[in-house]
Design a protein around this ligand. Structure first.
Ligand SMILES: [Zn+2]
Length: 126
């Protein structure tokens, strides 16, 4: 199947300086950081939750529980937002613990990541 590359509208924010926050914005940011730290210490998120095929090590369907797949298992260092950073940004139901390489893979392979269950596209209604 031919895949068209995802077009990113906004650049990725990685590192760099954060924009100046209002006091409420700063509070939210601090809460988010605290939540993230706690999240990544929980046993179920502590290790990269991306599943891989045992045979090849390539990313496998997220919800596959057969013997053919296993969790990546490297120590999680980042939170992946399966529903992106909009409306669901702070909803930990849609967070996953991941390490850098798989987070990068998800970001760079949006279509496939969606097919495998690592990205959920939800229509936002306001
Ligand atoms: Zn991983």
């Amino acid at each position: 199947m031919k895949r068209t590359p995802l077009k990113r509208k906004k650049g990725l924010k990685r590192g760099g300086r954060l924009p100046r926050f209002s006091p409420l914005g700063k509070l939210k940011h601090d809460i988010y950081n605290a939540q993230r730290e706690v999240f990544l210490l929980q046993p179920e998120h502590r290790f990269c939750e991306v599943r891989v095929w045992v045979a090849t090590g390539l990313p496998a369907p997220r919800h596959d529980r057969s013997m053919l797949t296993r969790p990546c298992g490297k120590r999680s260092t980042q939170v992946h937002h399966t529903r992106g950073r909009g409306r669901w940004h702070l909803d930990m139901k849609y967070w996953m613990g991941v390490e850098q390489a798989h987070h990068r893979w998800i970001t760079d392979n949006g279509k496939q990541a969606e097919e495998l269950g690592y990205v959920e596209r939800v229509r936002e209604r306001h």
